[in-house]
Ligand binder design. Structure first.
Ligand code: B12
Length: 442
């Protein structure tokens, strides 16, 4: 018997966290039956506590959901993560849901990455649509992952984690060898731990662990179990005192991971504290990017990506909540602020070393992109290019030095020595802040 099959699942829109001790909310079932079943399974497991959005804060969650759903327009590039979040949360805007589903259904798979294809499959699955041949295309791509070339850099794991998750949900039997190879490569990877990737890998391998086909070799269970244990250990180490796991934008995925994994976090996790801190951040306006909402919303609704195959698609009767009017920004007459902006390329192997700094004057409250535009207007050396992605605009090139996926180079943005946790179209520098764009490797 698998522990997973008897694990508590979310109840009434709550996500499970853990108190490692004896908590008062334990049900009779947990107290009396579970220990017997655990003993029978010969493995240990852990108890999770519930957490949920307090009634008084519900409008905050509705507010960001409406914001996310309103980002769906006929001209916008269809974002599968938004559809997944909408379906897991229960969509308010049924028209947007249909538009997004139809667009993704019609999407061409030719130029997609493994991760993008996986997200589209999960999104269609969450809308109860058949992803058709997209699944076999993804499976074939994963069979030849990672591309082997003698000097290929260490693989990135976020997209492949999504792929394992999507394949696991479609057909666990055919996904099993792919997931096992993925787990082995991940186990021996030299890449430093990344919170978002660790969370996504945990979701993927938990799905596989829960669905190992009967009669499979014991080795699979041991392998997934070991890799999950390591990932959960790393996630636990990043639980901060205020409940944030990694940074505020990785917390949503981390909550999902911790609420489904069969492995006990090494550190006590107070799910309600995490939820409360996130709600405060929402109040402070930190979740306005539709993609950031798409990644936090499932956890606020007590859902995880493992629920994708179980979404009920019967016609909704959701009524869009009426939200308080947002105060419109008052035109400011405040004096301009100065941002010190440095562009730096010292990466060996890349021609054209430079290190240039400029003081840039912009209106208070401007996003960093405005600083870059102003710098470019004044000095052609600060010329830059952007690329559109699901999170918005990425700065892909500065002064003709461009990011490169094969070489794993990119333009990293820092405030002083601290990397920014938002992109240039969202981040608002303050007066006299020193922003550096540094060409580096990941
Ligand atoms: C891998 C990754 C990267 C890689 C992407 C390269 C690659 N080819 O894989 C690299 C290292 C380049 C990168 C860079 C940055 N990243 Co990043 N990245 C991720 C990560 C872990 C996975 C993205 C992914 O593969 N998604 C799956 C695929 C299928 O979806 P996709 O839409 O095709 O993915 C693309 C976009 O996500 C885009 N992208 C990646 N990061 C960012 C950040 C921003 C702001 C934008 C607009 C786009 C973008 O690159 C992906 C590949 O093309 C996410 C974590 C997450 N939770 O999403 C963070 C994440 C998206 N990144 C983040 C940040 C902050 C950055 C940086 C701004 C960091 C910095 N200080 O410089 C820079 C971008 C700077 C710039 N030049 O504009 C934040 C965004 C938070 C926010 N509110 O905006 C995230 C959520 C991490 C986090 N928890 O804080 N990132």
């Amino acid at each position: 018997m698998q522990i997973s099959s008897i694990r508590e699942r979310e109840v009434n829109g709550s996500v499970h966290g853990t108190y490692t001790g004896q908590e008062s909310g334990m049900t009779w079932f947990t107290l009396h039956i579970l220990p017997l079943l655990w003993a029978a399974a010969g493995t240990s497991t852990w108890t999770r506590s519930s957490c949920s959005v307090p009634l008084a804060k519900q409008s905050l969650v509705d507010g960001i959901q409406v914001l996310m759903e309103n980002s769906v327009t006929s001209s916008a590039h269809p974002n599968p993560s938004v559809l997944i979040a909408m379906n897991l949360a229960g969509a308010y805007n049924v028209e947007a849901q249909k538009l997004l589903t139809d667009k993704l259904m019609a999407s061409d798979t030719a130029d997609l990455t493994i991760g993008q294809l996986a997200l589209i499959i999960m999104a269609l699955n969450s809308s109860c649509r058949d992803p058709g041949n997209k699944v076999s295309i993804l499976q074939r791509q994963m069979e030849t992952w990672p591309p082997s070339s003698p000097d290929a850099p260490a693989p990135t794991f976020y997209g492949p984690s999504l792929a394992v998750l999507a394949l696991c949900q479609e057909n666990p039997k055919t996904a099993l060898p792919i997931a096992a190879r993925f787990a082995k490569i991940l186990r021996f990877s030299s890449s430093p731990f990344n919170m978002d990737t660790g969370a996504m890998a945990t979701l993927a391998l938990t799905c596989m662990y829960n669905k190992i086909p009967e009669g499979s070799e014991e080795g699979y269970r041991i392998l997934f179990s070991q890799v999950l244990e390591e990932a959960v250990k790393n996630i636990s180490m990043r639980i901060k005192d205020n409940g944030i796991i990694g940074d505020i934008y990785s917390t949503g995925l981390a909550m999902q991971a911790l609420s489904v994994t069969p492995k006990q976090p090494n550190k006590e996790w107070n799910c309600q504290k995490t939820m409360d801190t996130i709600l405060t951040e929402i109040e402070h306006g930190k979740f306005h990017n539709p993609m950031s909402i798409a990644q936090i919303l499932p956890s606020l609704k007590g859902k995880t990506y493992l629920d994708v195959p179980h979404v009920s698609c019967s016609p909704g009767h959701e009524v869009q909540p009426t939200l308080p009017n947002q105060p419109s920004p008052v035109p400011t007459t405040a004096p301009n602020i100065t941002v010190i902006y440095t562009i730096n390329n010292q990466l060996r192997g890349v021609e054209l070393f430079f290190n240039e700094t400029m003081d840039v004057s912009v209106k208070p409250g401007s996003v960093l992109l405005v600083v870059l535009e102003e710098a470019q207007r004044r000095n052609s050396m600060f010329k830059f290019e952007t690329t559109m992605t699901s999170w918005g605009l990425v700065v892909s090139s500065i002064n003709n030095v461009a990011e490169n996926v094969q070489e794993r180079t990119y333009w990293q943005f820092l405030n002083g020595k601290t990397p920014l946790n938002e992109g240039v179209a969202d981040y608002k520098p303050s007066d006299h802040e020193h922003i550096t764009a540094n060409f580096t490797r990941y």
